[in-house]
Design a protein around this ligand. Structure first.
Ligand code: FAD
Ligand code: UDP
Length: 367
């Protein structure tokens, strides 16, 4: 029987711990330097309002992967939930992603209907077109430029410190222009919010006789030797930044309690063109919680600075991926050492992809 250390009690670490504990019947120690489990998906009940707060930003689970959905459904019931965010365009709160509904919200009926016809005849009803692709079509220059200026350009500059064409195209392609009247942000088959919170779901995943969890513990404090170390923290930190630091974007969440029943019409409202923040989330919508007060979080993007804030988003570009590869190659020289998760793999994983990645890792490396 092998001994296992998992660094990080976030979703990746918890899912892997459960697989090792359950399927291999081996013991696992899971450590986290935070004072809580669940990593970035941590949520908690606010004492004053009893509203569930997503401490590290709005988290909506969505996937087409039945295996991932069924796995997580063993550990939580769901509040079936479709994210329908809004965006402020020219001072008006309208539908996001920019779709056919949005056309009618921002333009006159005649203009919207002409544009609708053009978009449908070019791409077909139901198509999803990344903004950078739309901009390549000279016939659609007006609408492409309008959406670029009003939705993407400044939001992306705030979020990444770079304009959309300077970051990996897959980033803005996460929110394509949708040639449809379907106002949901995601079209995945399975979507929801854990009914009793993400933290409870992770707690249930970790509840196993073979799993021990130790919080407030940094990997640096561990002196005991393990047959396997699976590290879900930052790969550059593990190697003491010997090739240099991997860049990340960070966020500051300004969480405020407001003395009114609702603050905004929907759970998330994006502000591309005004202010220094990118979006405001109103947390009571996730689980339809009732209170005479409400809690919002206002998101201010910032660059990641060691010791000052948290790593949230890896910045994928050729230079950074080449640096990541140096660390990855280095890690492969060490027997029994593996990296996983958003920080270990330096990948912009959604929750479902993080779980999928753990499943694949387990099947390939440990089974
Ligand atoms: P993390 O949650 O980052 O866990 C890593 C853990 O390792 C942390 O708890 C950390 O404290 C610990 N750790 C690191 N280094 C050490 C060390 N040296 N010693 C001890 N512990 C250590 N996904 C979706 O599917 N839907 C969404 O709506 C969504 N919204 C998001 C919004 C924001 C603002 C962000 C940042 C992410 C969002 N995500 C969303 C992605 C989601 O958060 C990730 O997929 C998920 O958290 C990945 O989990 P992880 O375990 O890989 O990483
Ligand atoms: N984006 C934008 N304007 C918006 C929403 C998104 O420019 O109103 C771009 C921006 O570059 C952002 C990316 O699309 O980083 C992905 O958006 P998503 O909502 O998926 O971001 P996340 O929830 O992961 O922060």
């Amino acid at each position: 029987m092998k001994s296992n250390l998992i660094v990080g009690a976030g979703l990746s670490g918890a899912v892997l711990a459960s697989l090792i504990a359950d399927k291999l019947n081996e013991e696992v120690l899971v450590i986290d330097r935070k004072e809580h489990i669940a990593g970035n998906i941590y949520d908690y009940k606010d004492k004053e309002t009893n509203i569930t707060i997503h401490k590290y930003g709005p988290h909506i689970f969505h996937t087409n992967n039945k295996k991932v959905w069924d796995y997580l459904s063993k550990y939580t019931k769901w509040n079936f939930f479709f994210l329908k965010p809004n965006v402020i365009i020219e001072g008006n709160c309208v539908t996001l992603p920019f779709n056919l509904t949005t056309l009618y919200e921002v333009f006159s009926n005649k203009m919207a209907s002409d544009l609708e016809e053009k978009l449908i005849s070019t791409y077909g009803y139901g198509a999803k077109v990344p903004i950078l692709k739309l901009r390549e079509n000279p016939e659609l220059e007006f609408i492409a430029q309008y959406i670029y200026e009003n939705v993407f350009k400044n939001y992306t500059s705030k979020q990444w410190g770079l304009e959309p064409d300077k970051i990996d195209p897959s980033v803005t392609a996460r929110v394509p222009i949708y040639i449809s009247f379907d106002n949901r942000y995601f079209q995945d088959k399975y979507q929801g919010i854990p009914l009793f919170g993400y933290t409870k779901m992770v707690e249930n995943i970790l509840k196993h006789k073979n799993i021990k969890v130790k919080l407030n513990t940094d990997f640096k404090e561990i002196t005991q030797k393990f047959d396997r170390v699976i590290y879900c923290g930052a790969i550059d930190e593990y190697f003491d930044y010997k090739f240099g630091q991997l860049p990340y974007r960070s966020l500051n969440f300004d969480i405020q309690t407001i003395n009114q029943e609702y603050y905004q019409k929907t759970v998330v409202v994006n502000y591309p063109n005004n202010y220094d923040f990118t979006r405001i989330c109103e947390h009571k919508y996730f689980l339809n919680e009732k209170s005479s007060k409400t809690v919002i979080s206002v998101e201010y993007p910032q660059s990641f600075e060691l010791g000052k804030n948290e790593r949230y988003y890896p910045i994928a570009n050729d230079e950074n991926l080449a640096l990541y590869k140096k660390y990855k190659d280095e890690s492969q020289k060490i027997d029994g050492l593996y990296f996983l998760g958003r920080l270990g793999d330096y990948k912009y994983y959604n929750m479902d992809l993080a779980v999928e990645r753990v499943f694949e890792f387990f099947d390939k490396e440990l089974k």
